[in-house]
Ligand binder design. Structure first.
Ligand SMILES: [Mg+2]
Length: 138
């Protein structure tokens, strides 16, 4: 049995260090496929090389609800391929509820905090400093 991890608010905690997945665990993020390069850079800087499942919905169309559906249906799909999950670690109560509805037998553990925004946010990786910088929209 393995566990799955959300990124923002779980693995990625802004200026703090977050939770680390175990060797065989997987990552299911609400980040879209177009956010893959900066996400891989951030994970690499933490030494995290676990498999990541990105959301297919484009960045400007995704919502907390679409992210929740993506996570629940990815868990459902992976379970059908024979994987067994004990816990999904999540920080968004909106998404947690959707995941629990799709996969009621998987424990969704909610990390409760306000350290990272729950709404859509672009991430930009500074490859020179190996840190994340927020995109400033004018
Ligand atoms: Mg999150």
């Amino acid at each position: 049995m393995i566990n799955s991890f959300d990124i923002d608010g779980v693995i990625f905690m802004d200026k703090y260090d977050g939770v680390y997945p175990g060797k065989d665990d997987i990552i299911i993020t609400g980040r879209s496929t177009e956010e893959q390069p900066e996400t891989e850079a951030m994970l690499k800087s933490k030494g995290i090389t676990n498999r990541v499942y990105y959301q297919q919905t484009p960045f400007d169309q995704k919502t907390r609800e679409s992210s929740g559906h993506h996570k629940g249906h990815t868990l459902l799909y992976l379970e059908q391929t024979g994987m067994r999950f004990g816990i999904h670690y999540e920080d968004d109560p909106v998404q947690a509820e959707i995941i629990r509805k799709i996969m009621p037998h998987i424990n969704v553990v909610l990390l409760q905090h306000e350290l990272v925004e729950k709404e859509n946010k672009k991430h930009e990786w500074n490859y020179t400093r190996d840190t994340e910088e927020d995109t400033i929209s004018i």
